[in-house]
Ligand binder design. Structure first.
Ligand SMILES: [Zn+2]
Length: 140
C-alpha cells in the first residue's frame, strides 16, 4: 500500500481534511452560550457548560497581528511569518503566513486557510497541515 494522495490531517482533532483536498479547522461551539473555541475543548470557559459540540470554522479570517520568525529548528526554513488570525466565529488562531512577501504582510488583511503537505507519517501517508495565505492570491 502506498500513502493516500490527499493526505491525512497532521492533527485530526484540529484540522479536518476532505477527500477533495479541502478542509476546515475544527473547534468547539458552546451549545449554551454560543461561544467558539480553538482547539476543541471539553468545557466552555465563558459559562462553564460542558455542552460543547465540534464544529468546522470558516476558512476566511483577518490577520490580527504577526511577527517574523528568524530563528527556528532546522525543520523550518527561516525567516517566516507567524500570525494570529481572527475568524468570524470569534476565535483567534495562530499559524504560519505564506504566499506573500514578508514585507508585504499587513495587519488587517484578509487571509484564507490553505492546506499544505507537511511531511509523511510512519505509513507513508502525506500529512496535511495548514497555513494562512492572502485572500487575493487565492483564486478558486
Ligand atoms: Zn458557554
Amino acid at each position: 500500500m502506498t500513502g493516500s494522495a490527499v493526505g491525512v490531517s497532521f492533527r485530526p482533532g484540529e484540522l479536518e481534511v476532505r477527500p477533495d483536498g479541502s478542509g476546515n479547522l475544527l473547534g468547539s461551539r458552546c451549545g449554551d452560550c454560543g461561544a467558539h473555541f480553538f482547539p476543541v475543548r471539553e468545557a466552555c470557559s465563558g459559562c462553564l457548560s460542558s455542552n460543547l459540540e465540534t464544529v468546522p470554522f470558516s476558512t476566511e479570517g483577518v490577520l490580527y497581528t504577526f511577527s517574523i520568525v528568524r530563528q527556528s529548528t532546522p525543520a523550518f526554513e527561516v525567516p517566516y511569518a507567524l500570525g494570529y488570525v481572527d475568524f468570524p466565529e470569534g476565535v483567534r488562531i495562530m499559524g504560519q503566513i505564506s504566499g506573500i512577501e514578508l514585507d508585504e504582510i499587513k495587519i488587517g488583511m484578509p487571509v484564507v486557510l490553505s492546506l499544505e503537505p507537511f511531511g509523511e507519517d510512519d505509513e507513508g501517508n502525506t500529512l496535511t497541515g495548514y497555513r494562512f495565505v492572502p485572500a487575493e492570491a487565492h483564486s478558486d
